[in-house]
Write a protein that binds this ligand. Sequence first.
Ligand code: PGA
Ligand code: ZN
Length: 439
Amino acid sequence: MNLTIRTVEAWEILDSRGNPTIEALLTLSDGSQASAQVPSGASTGKHEAVDLRDDDPARYQGKGVRKAVDNVNGPIASALSGRKAIQFDVDRFMIELDGTQNKSNLGANAILGVSCALARALAISAKLPLWQSLAGKASPILPVPMVNIISGGLHAGGQIEFQDFLIIPHGFDSYTEALQATVAIHRAAAELISESGYPLTGVADEGGWGPRLESNETALKLLTKSIERAGFKPKEQVSIAIDAAASHFHDGGIYNLQSETRMLTAEEMASLLRQWVDRYPIVSMEDGLAEDDWAGWQSLTTRLSDRINLVGDDLFTTNPNRLRHGIERGVANAVLVKMNQIGTLSETFEVLEIAAEHNYAAVVSARSGETEDSFLADLAVASGAGQIKIGSITRSERLSKYNRLLRIERDSGLVYPGRQFLKTIGTRRANHCKPTRSP
Ligand code: PGA
Ligand code: ZN
């Protein structure tokens, strides 16, 4: 059947921080109808596609998204009405309609809402679960979660500088068991934090604990002990991941660990991170250095790429050009994949394909400002990325994704690749070739 798009519309909703975001609704010519909600970051990378805001101080402190909503209801709706419902063509067409490098005209939030609503409507029309419809030729696989337990940085009032201290529950036979272990560790962490005399004041933006600690390394000590207290073996069953989000404490070539009154160069940061890898069961380090510190990143990659995954988030911003540039420069060996950093589903898949082709690991990721939409869980499964990062196991904008994965595991019979996970660590050496042009 020759499916076409009948209507597209959008409206303003609220995200998990109570900030406005977009919900888009799309109807196909066969009556299939689906909506999608768009997330939003706080510790955003400089090179992300534009999350279009109204800048009208009279509404939501300027964070309203009525302009983006109007762009869906106006130019996007009239341009798409009657067009063939083919994901790649529609995404490409919206990119052309926007006409800018960073989607600043229509807004990546407007475009992404429509892109994801189309994917869902196509799945409904094909009577397939979303993950199966999205998978196409890829081999779907359940993802191993990377779960936030302790937060710092911009997500927890800047108590410590490093943003996320996470666990990876890989030593389990199923996703269901891995999730149960995660909850036990989250609880053990709360006990340990309180017993150690750090007041627990609710949860941070991604649902993890955000205590005021005396140093960044204290979070690693607490996390390792929490794994043990919950009855699991660090490294053998559960490993640690860090998201330093270092762009956000980097200024003038210096990494400022204000909570520890220490200022470090890129080389000193790389040494510190290496010491931590020696001392703690760390297998993954995201944004260990800042988004434009390519030289620092090259040195960090040389030192650590044969031991852990070095994940670029702000560094690559899910941008095919930045990822290609990183690969050419021998920078990092893994990429964080956030749909709204680039703004269409097709470009997201392009990044996943480039990563797979160059043996870079890929982690499909939520934002700190999320919605109850569980699209990401299906995307992680469909892409075969093998890893997902959603935040902690509290707050329903996180649980909608964790719970969706429980359902997919139950329905699909797909295998949980946790026990293979450690075998891939240290095998993703970046190829250190000569730098070419800038991205
Ligand atoms: P953000 O943070 O969604 O606030 O950008 C998430 C991350 O840095 O991974
Ligand atoms: Zn990050």
